[in-house]
Ligand binder design. Structure first.
Ligand code: SAM
Length: 230
């Protein structure tokens, strides 16, 4: 089990209350859906942010998530299939081909976890000409990374755009968010519970304590790239 998946599973029930930004991102992404797609695939569907925001004009909605707890929380229905699998696995893409071509592949706040984004996008191209993704990028928690002199594990906007452009003709938009908190402990709790940290113990206890004491801003920063095929 990957580290960040453990993190999502552990916090699956409290996930919705710690995901203000992901919710906003999912809403913004869903607003970009055009042409009433009939067959939709959601990569890293989580507890169903995209499903909830979508107009119910589709005939088939397939969500995939490798956290069993998240899959349990996702709304189910006659025309909704939820698969507890990894969107990086060969078996998944082999299976999903049965439904190809899909009208849209959507993914919100999930593809930044991909170990090989290139392979995922390449596989997407074999089943759909239309994509709509939001991906957290390197500017997320920028000040924390600068203060602790560490490299973010997240990809840069340029890296993501270069990879997706190999397979799709795209438009993209970068949005930056600031989330205000009353105190530093709440900020670090949010980072842990939201799952955006990747669940990696990247900071030592001493570093974390130092940050909680000295982090100078009242907000956390998030950077997200929204990508759509033309
Ligand atoms: C930040 S959540 C976003 C969930 C949902 N899309 C939303 O907008 O609220 C990321 C989700 O991606 C899932 N995920 C991460 N890597 C995955 C993978 N390789 N295969 C399937 N799901 C994955 C996690 O389990 C988690 O539910």
């Amino acid at each position: 089990m990957l580290e960040h998946i453990k993190e999502f599973s552990r916090h699956a029930n409290s996930y919705d209350s710690h995901t203000v930004i992901q919710k906003e991102v999912a809403t913004h992404l869903t607003c970009k859906i055009k042409n009433n797609p009939k067959k939709v695939l959601d990569l890293g569907c989580g507890s169903g942010a995209i499903h909830r925001n979508m107009k119910p004009n589709y005939e088939l909605f397939i969500g995939v998530d490798n956290s069993a707890n998240m899959c349990e929380l996702h709304p189910k229905g006659e025309n909704t299939i939820i698969l507890n699998q990894s969107f990086e696995s060969e078996e998944f893409f082999k299976y999903i081909k049965v439904y190809a071509p899909l009208d849209l592949i959507v993914s919100s706040s999930a593809l930044q976890w991909s170990k090989n984004l290139n392979n995922v996008i390449k596989s997407c191209k074999t089943i759909s000409d239309n994509i709509l993704f939001s991906i957290f990028t390197k500017g997320t928690f920028k000040s924390i990374y600068e203060m602790t002199q560490r490299e973010s594990f997240l990809p840069s906007v340029e890296e993501v755009v270069a990879i997706v452009s190999k397979y799709y003709d795209i438009d993209y938009e970068v949005k930056r968010y600031k989330l205000e908190f009353d105190d530093n402990i709440s900020k670090f709790r949010y980072i842990k519970r939201s799952g955006v940290s990747g669940g990696k113990k990247e900071l030592t206890l001493i570093q974390t304590k130092e940050l909680i004491k000295n982090y100078p801003y009242s907000f956390l920063e998030f950077e997200v790239v929204f990508i759509s095929s033309k």
